[in-house]
Design a protein around this ligand. Structure first.
Ligand SMILES: [Zn+2]
Ligand SMILES: [Zn+2]
Length: 130
């Protein structure tokens, strides 16, 4: 008999969980602070498991800050108060630190009041002159 049974059978170790093998740690740039953070394989597996389609956009800190903002708005609404927003931003034009009464959309430039007014009057003036 050419076949040898038993002695050469290798037992494959199953210690590493197979369901995580498709994922590798990925670097994602936070949309708010532009700092790269790690989206770990474990978190990716969790997202896939829960059918959450989109990868996270914010780092842990910014996500926490956003959650805090949302909670502040919700509790202010619940209390019947108008929530006054004062978001610290940097003016895209002159680089000055200022605050705006709204949460700026990502990727859109934000201007301080003087620069914003200057831009608006410039645009109005240009259309008037032509
Ligand atoms: Zn961030
Ligand atoms: Zn400015």
């Amino acid at each position: 008999m050419p076949e040898e049974l038993g002695e050469n059978i290798e037992i494959v170790s199953t210690e590493t969980p197979a369901e995580h093998s498709d994922f590798t740690d990925t670097m994602i740039e936070c949309v708010e602070c532009r700092v790269e953070f790690v989206w770990t394989a474990g978190e990716q597996a969790f997202f896939a498991d829960k059918n959450l389609g989109n990868p996270p956009k914010r780092c842990r800190e910014c996500k926490k800050a956003k959650t805090n903002r949302m909670e502040a708005i919700i509790s202010a609404k619940a209390a019947g108060k108008k929530f006054i927003v004062a978001m610290p931003v940097r003016c895209e034009d002159c680089g000055k630190q200022t605050t705006v009464p709204f949460y700026p959309s990502q990727g859109r430039p934000v201007f301080c009041r003087p620069c914003f007014d200057a831009k608006n009057s410039l645009a109005a003036g240009a259309s008037n002159n032509s």
